[in-house]
Design a protein around this ligand. Structure first.
Ligand code: DQA
Length: 141
C-alpha cells in the first residue's frame, strides 16, 4: 500500500475534502481489512517522488498487488507511470476525494489506464473498497 505526498497530513489537511481520519487510522483500518481478507500487507507513505518510484520498483517479485494513492503524483508523474509500467504488478488506484469532480488538472490521472480499477470519492472507505477489489482480482486470476 503506497501513499504519496501530503497524505501524512490527513485529518488536519483540508478536512472538508479529505475528512477527519488520519493516515494512521486509515492504515489501521486497512490492515484490519487485509487480515479479514487473509492477505499480508506493508504500508509506505512518502513525500518524495524518487522514494515513491523506489517503492514501486520494490514491488517486483515481492507483492502480488498494490493499493496506490499516488496523491498529486497521480496527475503529474511520468516517472511513477514508467515505474508501474516496468514492474507490471496489478494495482488499484485509490483516492479519498472524487478526482473527477475537482479542478480540471485533477481530473486526469496518468496512472488510471494501467490500473485494474480506480476507487475515488469514498473518503477513507476508498482504501477498504480498493483492497477488496484488488484481492478479488488477484484471486480470480
Ligand atoms: C488525492 C487527490 C489528489 O488530487 C490530491 O493531490 C491528493 C489526495 C485523494 O486521495 O483524494 O493529495 O489523491
Amino acid at each position: 500500500m503506497l501513499n504519496g505526498p501530503n497524505l501524512n497530513l490527513l485529518g488536519e489537511r483540508e478536512p472538508e475534502l479529505y475528512g477527519s481520519t488520519s493516515l494512521a487510522e486509515i492504515e489501521r483500518a486497512t490492515r484490519e481489512s487485509a487480515r479479514a481478507l487473509g492477505v499480508k500487507c506493508s504500508w509506505v507513505q512518502t513525500n518524495h517522488e524518487g522514494q515513491f518510484v523506489d517503492a514501486i520498483q520494490g514491488l517486483k517479485g515481492k507483492a502480488d498487488g498494490a493499493l496506490i494513492n499516488a496523491a498529486a503524483f497521480t496527475h503529474t508523474s511520468l516517472a511513477v507511470r514508467d515505474a508501474l509500467l516496468a514492474v507490471r504488478v496489478p494495482f488499484v488506484e485509490v483516492h479519498l476525494s472524487n478526482i473527477f469532480a475537482r479542478e480540471p488538472e485533477r481530473r486526469r490521472s496518468l496512472l488510471a489506464d494501467l490500473a485494474v480499477g480506480v476507487v475515488t470519492g469514498f473518503g477513507a472507505d476508498s482504501y477498504r473498497l480498493g483492497l477488496e477489489g484488488l484481492v478479488a482480482h488477484i484471486k480470480s486470476r
